[in-house]
Design a protein around this ligand. Structure first.
Ligand SMILES: Nc1nc2c(ncn2[C@@H]2O[C@H](COP(=O)(O)OP(=O)(O)OP(=O)(O)O)[C@@H](O)[C@H]2O)c(=O)[nH]1
Ligand SMILES: [Mg+2]
Length: 187
């Protein structure tokens, strides 16, 4: 990474990240960057988090780098940070949902926001994936030894809450273990 995303040292019900920011990754050697970027966004808290309208605009490339999210009013055409003619590289190509494995169960309002965003991404043909963070602090088993992530019942339950696996998987526990493994491999 050329620069790391600013992170909060404390947990709160208000997102620490407020600005839509693009992160590039530098290759070894001089002046070379990987041909993809990451964009960090504000959290989805019900009233104080990012608006789903803004994420939908970001998916289509309408939100400029540096935009300060406003939970009260959405970005609109004509605003300084509204990109009215996004290029293919301004658009989002993969939607990544980060779940904290040691956070309390997600509120229905947050799940509803996620559902709306994921539906918009599906309509746009954008592939989606989920990543668990904080697996090291998820439960006693993973705290003891991180290798236990694949056996953790707590994580299995969390994955089910995020609807990461389907009813068919539930009938085949091997699929669940495999999906949890895939999720964790991305970290
Ligand atoms: N132990 C542990 N700490 C982590 C992990 N991932 C992130 N953290 C820490 O968790 C804290 C919160 O991380 P952030 O990156 O600010 O989380 P965020 O989801 O961007 O939060 P907001 O910007 O507030 O919405 C920071 O202190 C990170 O260093 C992890 O996998 N394990
Ligand atoms: Mg953040």
């Amino acid at each position: 990474m050329t620069n790391e995303a600013l992170a909060s040292s404390t947990t709160s019900d208000q997102s620490f990240t407020k600005i839509y920011k693009t992160y590039t990754i530098k290759k070894e050697g001089r002046g070379n960057f990987y041909p993809f970027v990451f964009n960090d966004i504000m959290g989805l808290e019900e009233k104080t988090g990012v608006r789903t309208d803004d994420i939908k605009l970001a998916l289509k490339g309408h939100v400029k780098d540096g935009y300060k999210f406003n939970p009260v009013s959405p970005l609109s055409d004509g605003d300084h940070d509204y990109n009215s003619s996004p290029s293919i590289s301004d658009r989002v190509h993969v939607l990544v949902c980060i779940y904290s494995a040691n956070a309390p169960q997600m509120k229905p309002s947050v799940l509803q926001k996620m559902r709306e965003i994921r539906e918009a991404a599906s309509d746009l043909g954008i592939p989606q994936m989920a990543i668990f963070s904080h697996v090291d602090a998820a439960c006693g088993e993973t705290e003891k030894n991180l290798k236990n992530v694949y056996k953790s019942k707590h994580l299995k339950k969390k994955a089910s809450q995020g609807k990461i696996y389907s009813k068919r998987d539930k009938e085949n526990p091997k699929n669940i273990a495999q999906k949890i493994k895939q999720l964790l491999c991305f970290m």
